[in-house]
Design a binder for this molecule. Structure first.
Ligand code: UDP
Length: 490
């Protein structure tokens, strides 16, 4: 006799951006390991990036099928092959990118009509708002994945509903109403929905918010023990399943080395050998995610801040920004790489982040506080040096620094929206970076206590995904609920 999950099919539709696609690929494996048929729909570019990981999962017997849909780049005014947010030549093209996503509704629905088993639910990124309409047509539940924590959800919700931010000056801190803790923000630190800057996608964001709240439920890349009071509060307003940290559902070493990029395993050995030569817990790993494009001035502050900290470090240098050549020129002219070669390593392009973070030589993570990176730092039991940039990253910083007590900020004060990085004013200074690194790496009481708390959190994260752990149980509950819904429809 087959199990309850044999005949159900979860359709996964990620947003085309590494920070959104990577956790969805982990999610595919998580549900498939529990017997659910998974259909994941990717564009050709993402299919190339993730094919090795998915093929390995399929070869190991997991019921995952990868289907491709053409991304209408040119129809939406994007360069050919530009199919993911990180591949946009300029973030001014973000409205075109979201238009292209809207155009995917019809071809995706054609795919859904042919699926066997028929779809039981769609788990989609919240930004794919048209899936609300599709789920109504196919009479299946829509489960939203927005890649953030319950803390962020609740803060955003309470500000959005109370509109408290509308009547305060830009730089004046205000307390977010109805939270379990006293949490302050300024308007300048809020995500785009509440702090749009010069954005032209406000209407799109409102639509996302509306369809997100109308959805049947939400899967959250977090675990209950990390933010229990916020999970409980958020559950009062939404059906929520915390099923993370999603990065921990992959224990295949090649999957970890190739996470987000098939190619990278080639270089991994080189980085790991370098780390092998360093003292335990001594290295700072600095990476600002997949989308941030630092201005040259900010890159210089970061590089010099790391150098002046006198700790060994790895710095990931992104090569996709319009100013990459300028940054390379600075590195060359200053002989920066030569100068730091005894204790610093620059990685250009994509770094195998989760692999690096798992190395025992790494003692601190300088992060932009993207939620995936934040959680990956938590899973590795590392204290963090926080430099939030855009989106909800200031909220993630608050969670890490104030609530969890495992991070120290570099002093960023305001969101720098994607595409606005080149505005001339200097935002974060090298001595803020150096000071934060020194506090995190400090061998005294403060540093030791922070390290201890970070380590304990890492252990809790691991326990949550073990059999019987909170995230394992939540994943099973979701599967059961969807299976029951399907049965009662028959
Ligand atoms: N990442 C990586 N190597 C890089 C840059 C990013 O592996 O060089 C991964 C990182 O581990 C995380 C994701 O890409 O899983 C970035 O997501 P996050 O939410 O942290 O930030 P975003 O890129 O969305 O700003």
């Amino acid at each position: 006799m087959g199990s309850l999950s044999d005949h159900i099919n979860f359709v996964l539709i990620p947003l085309m951006a590494p920070g959104h696609t990577i956790p969805m690929i982990d999610m595919a494996k998580l549900f498939a390991k529990r017997g659910v048929n998974i259909t994941i729909i990717l564009t050709p570019l993402d299919a190339t990036r993730f094919s090795s990981v998915i093929e390995r999962a399929v070869r190991s017997g997991l019921p995952i099928q990868l289907l491709q849909v053409k991304f209408p780049s040119e129809e939406a005014g994007l360069p050919p092959g530009c199919e993911s947010a990180d591949s946009l030549p300029s973030y001014d093209l973000m409205p075109n990118f979201f238009n292209a996503i809207t155009m995917l509704q019809k071809p995706m629905e054609e795919i859904l009509k042919e699926l066997n088993p028929t779809p039981s639910c769609i788990i989609c990124d919240k930004h794919i708002a048209w899936t609300a309409d599709t789920c109504t047509k196919f009479q299946i539940p829509r489960i939203v994945f927005d890649g953030m924590s319950c803390f962020t959800q609740l803060v955003t919700n309470n500000i959005y509903i109370s509109k408290i931010h509308e009547n305060v000056a830009l730089e004046k801190p205000f307390i977010v109403p109805d939270l379990p803790d006293e949490i302050e923000f300024t308007k300048l630190q809020l995500p785009g929905l509440l702090n749009p800057g010069t954005s032209t996608i406000t209407g799109f964001r409102e639509q996302v918010r509306k369809t997100e709240f109308q959805a049947y439920g939400m899967v959250v890349n977090s675990f209950e023990e990390l933010e229990q009071r916020y999970v409980d509060e958020f559950r009062k307003i939404k059906n929520v399943w915390c099923i993370g940290p999603l990065s921990l559902w992959s224990n295949d070493s090649l999957d970890i080395a190739q996470r987000g990029n098939n190619q990278d395993s080639i270089n991994s050995d080189q980085f790991m050998n370098w780390l092998d030569s360093k003292k335990q817990g001594s290295v700072i790993y600095a990476c600002l995610g997949s989308l941030s494009r630092l201005s040259t001035a900010q890159f210089i502050e970061l590089a010099l801040g790391l150098e002046e900290s006198s700790h060994p470090f790895i710095l990931v240098v992104k090569t996709s920004g319009g100013n990459s050549e300028e940054i390379e020129k600075w590195i060359l002219e200053e002989e920066f790489e030569e100068r730091i070669k005894e204790r610093g390593l620059l990685i250009r392009g994509w770094a195998p982040q989760v692999l690096i973070l798992s190395h025992s030589a790494v003692g601190g993570f300088l992060t932009h506080c993207g939620w995936n990176s934040t959680l990956e730092g938590i899973c590795s039991g590392l204290p963090m040096i926080t430099w939030p940039m855009f989106g909800e990253q200031f909220l993630n910083e608050k969670l890490v620094v104030q609530i969890l007590g495992t991070g120290v900020g570099v002093g960023a004060q305001a969101v720098v929206h994607l595409g606005e990085e080149q505005k001339p004013e200097m935002k974060v200074m090298r001595n803020g970076i150096t000071k934060a690194i020194q506090r995190v790496m400090d061998e005294g009481k403060e540093g030791s206590e922070r390290r201890k708390m970070a380590k304990e959190l890492g252990e809790k994260a691991r326990r949550s995904v073990e059999v019987g752990g909170s995230s394992d149980l939540n994943a099973r509950l979701l599967i059961q609920e969807i299976a029951q819904l399907g049965k009662s429809k028959q």
